[in-house]
Design a protein around this ligand. Structure first.
Ligand code: UCC
Ligand code: FAD
Length: 616
């Protein structure tokens, strides 16, 4: 009898790859812990580390997984009419139970509230965004409405001083910042003629105060003095309680408004029709929900507005300046979520590389694959520093700067006041743009690192890199595209004395870098960029044409400085190697957008084959 050969594989038999169970994402992320230790004082760190460990454990619980799967499987839809064909008083946007549960959980866990509570004092934004970093990858995109809620709260807080206690903004602010029974807010800016250039807005607001006022569903918020009509092309918080929006007034200029999405009919407007007290739409009709590449859990809609009763926020004709308070907050959420996604993608790729065998070697042991992952590690560490430095500055500009010496390991901060505000605005735009753009490239690399399985888009798979790539791609578009933020960056940096404020801070930070090679490389790069910006200050159009390179070069230099400070704080060997690769080799990804002759002074040497080939 012939000897039986190996059993051929079948669907039931043969090799099946298996990934290990996800680990607690806080424990499995030592670099994030290291970064937090630089930006938080010891007493707060001691309190939040156990809390974050518990929260991170919850993020991988079966319950949270189920909510995410449910949000992914049951996409939102709208019921507009009853069976007889009559339009409902309020369009019924139906979202999944999982999506609603995730949003409620996020609010209760304080992803918005921590930024307004006093518990962490000056450091509240850092703790808040550290929590968001853990929440974001499992948030089912509920970070989107929560971020806009945060932004609206920040904006309203700036308006509260001087308003009587009975003014509805007080209650709205309290609701937006509450952990339970909280409201969410939308942000309606984008219209068909343009979302980057909001001056093209076709929505108008007419001053039409009510003759007598009856408090409604949202208290006095229901009784705004303006009636707003128009068409909003993108609304991601279609099921919000309230929204901030832009509209033109009589002057033809933009103003900012706050309105509830539903309201109670007041006696003054009912005209004896028996409708007083009835809850109706506040003039909002859902035209349709969008079909999107990703973010499918999120109910993004086109909205028709007809006589939406709204309150003016901030001075009339100052709509963009007013709503920019909101924009800067949501942009921070965007970059934190981009950084978190990259770290999660890299974690999955590393886990896969540890378990997969190719050509007789474990995947991680192949130098080219290892280099690919190491490059991402440099990038993620750099962006973690950039993101949390920016968030720290946001926290301190809002709450006051720490006493000198409290943060022993933190890089130098700009001076409080105007200098800090100028640096913060530059960093917020740059961090949002560069991390979001890099997140797209990085998630694609993480997908490729898993081979064909990386491309699978199985809704039941929680570690679904394909979905993460689809979802994260939007970060480079919403809240300002890469080029729009580059333009915002250039215009801001070249405005008045802003470049000098930035130079004072950055030069001080670079001068404090102990390693001579790093310091000289950074001085050369920044000296070059600063000199070119100063020389071309009056040629803004020319600088705008290379705005993307300017912003990426600046970001690369800041990332290098922050990594150098990270390395020198305790001489950690790995941190030193990451700083070296970033500063001297330009590794980590930012180099792709550098202005020629600005970045990576040693790059020229790298192409001097006789010197460098042996080191590759
Ligand atoms: O996409 C959206 C929501 C999606 C959900 C978000 C989720 C995020 C996190 C998710 C986590 C999972 S809402 C739509 C977002 N749309 C945008 O971001 C618009 C993009 N376009 C721009 O940013 C443009 O640069 C504009 C609209 C700001 C430019 O408009 P203008 O009309 O040209 O205005 P100016 O001249 O640039 O600015 C007018 C004033 C100036 O002040 P003054 O008059 O005193 O000189 C500016 O300095 O506003 C000031 N200003 C700012 N101030 C403008 N931008 C800022 C800023 N960022 N910070 C402070
Ligand atoms: P455009 O402004 O037409 O831009 C087209 C191209 O022109 C872009 O590549 C842009 O970079 C480029 N461009 C524009 N200006 C310049 C310039 N000065 N220099 C160089 N290049 C330039 N908006 C809201 O208001 N609320 C929401 O809730 C909301 N949710 C969204 C959800 C999703 C899923 C998406 C995809 C978008 C959402 N948006 C929302 C809209 C988003 O903010 C806009 O799409 C974005 O701001 C870009 O505007 P636009 O689509 O009009 O593109």
């Amino acid at each position: 009898m012939a000897e039986q050969g190996p059993i051929p594989a079948s669907a039931e038999a043969g090799f099946v790859f298996s990934m290990s169970q996800p680990e607690n994402p806080f424990i499995a992320d030592p670099y994030f812990q290291r970064a937090l230790a630089a930006y938080l004082p010891e007493d707060i760190l001691a309190e939040v580390v156990p809390a974050f460990t518990r929260f991170a454990e919850a993020t991988i619980s079966p319950q949270v997984k189920e909510w995410n799967l449910n949000a992914e499987r049951q996409q939102p839809f709208v019921e507009k009419h009853n069976v007889w064909g009559a339009r409902h008083d309020v369009d019924r946007l139906v979202t999944s139970e999982g999506w609603r549960a995730l949003r409620k959980w996020g609010a209760e866990e304080g992803t918005v509230a921590i930024g307004y509570e006093t518990r962490y004092g000056k450091y509240n934004r850092i703790v808040q965004h550290a929590k968001n970093y853990l929440f974001s990858p499992v948030s089912g995109l509920t970070g989107c409405p929560l971020s806009m809620t945060d932004g609206t709260a920040r904006l309203l807080r700036s308006q509260l001083p001087g308003l009587p206690a009975s003014h509805p903004f007080h209650e709205t602010y309290d609701r937006l910042t509450a952990r339970t029974g909280s409201w969410t807010s939308g942000q309606w800016m984008t219209e068909r003629p343009g979302g980057s250039d909001v001056q093209n807005t076709e929505t108008w607001a007419r001053y039409a105060p009510l003759s007598s006022k009856t408090e409604g569903e949202h208290g006095a918020l229901d009784q705004g003095d303006y009636l707003v009509s128009g068409f909003k092309f993108f609304s991601s918080a279609t099921d919000a309680d309230v929204t901030m929006l832009l509209a033109k007034t009589e002057s033809g200029k933009l103003s900012a408004f706050l309105a509830p999405l539903t309201r109670t009919v007041a006696a003054a407007e009912d005209g004896g029709g028996g409708g007083t007290g009835k809850v109706v739409t506040n003039g909002v009709r859902i035209h349709r929900l969008k079909n999107k590449f990703g973010t499918k859990q999120l109910p993004t809609a086109e909205l028709e507005l007809k006589d939406m009763r709204a309150h003016l926020v901030g001075p009339v004709d100052r709509g963009v300046a007013t709503i920019s308070h909101l924009l800067n907050v949501t942009r921070a959420w965007a970059f934190v979520s981009s950084i978190a996604a990259m770290r999660r993608g890299l974690g999955i790729s590393k886990q896969f590389a540890a378990n997969r065998t190719v050509f007789g070697y474990p995947l991680w042991a192949l130098p080219l694959h290892l280099r690919t992952l190491a490059d991402i590690e440099v990038r993620v560490r750099g962006f973690t520093q950039l993101g949390f430095f920016t968030v720290s500055l946001m926290s301190f500009t809002e709450n006051g700067f720490p006493e000198s010496g409290t943060l022993k390991a933190s890089p130098p901060l700009p001076d409080p006041g105007e200098a800090a505000t100028v640096v913060l605005r530059a960093l917020t735009a740059a961090a949002k743009a560069v991390t979001s753009k890099n997140a797209v490239v990085t998630m694609q690399e993480c997908m490729e690192a898993l081979g064909g399985v990386g491309y699978m888009d199985d809704p039941d798979e929680p570690e679904n890199v394909a979905r993460a790539l689809r979802d994260i791609s939007v970060n480079a578009i919403w809240e300002g595209t890469t080029n729009v933020l580059s333009s915002e960056f250039v215009r801001h940096v070249l405005n008045r004395n802003h470049l000098e404020h930035i130079n004072s801070w950055l030069s001080k930070a670079i001068d404090g870098v102990g390693n001579r090679d790093y310091r000289e490389a950074l001085q050369a790069s920044w000296g070059n960029l600063y000199g070119r910006l100063r020389k071309n200050k009056d040629y803004i159009f020319d600088v705008l044409s290379v705005g993307r390179s300017v912003m990426f070069s600046f970001s690369w230099i800041v990332v290098g400085v922050l990594l150098a400070w990270d390395a020198q704080r305790d001489g950690d060997e790995l941190a030193g190697e990451v700083a070296r690769r970033c500063i001297l080799n330009g590794e980590g990804g930012l180099r792709e957008w550098l202005l020629p002759d600005v970045g990576v002074p040693s790059a020229a040497a790298r192409f001097d084959e006789s010197k460098e080939r042996a080191k590759w």
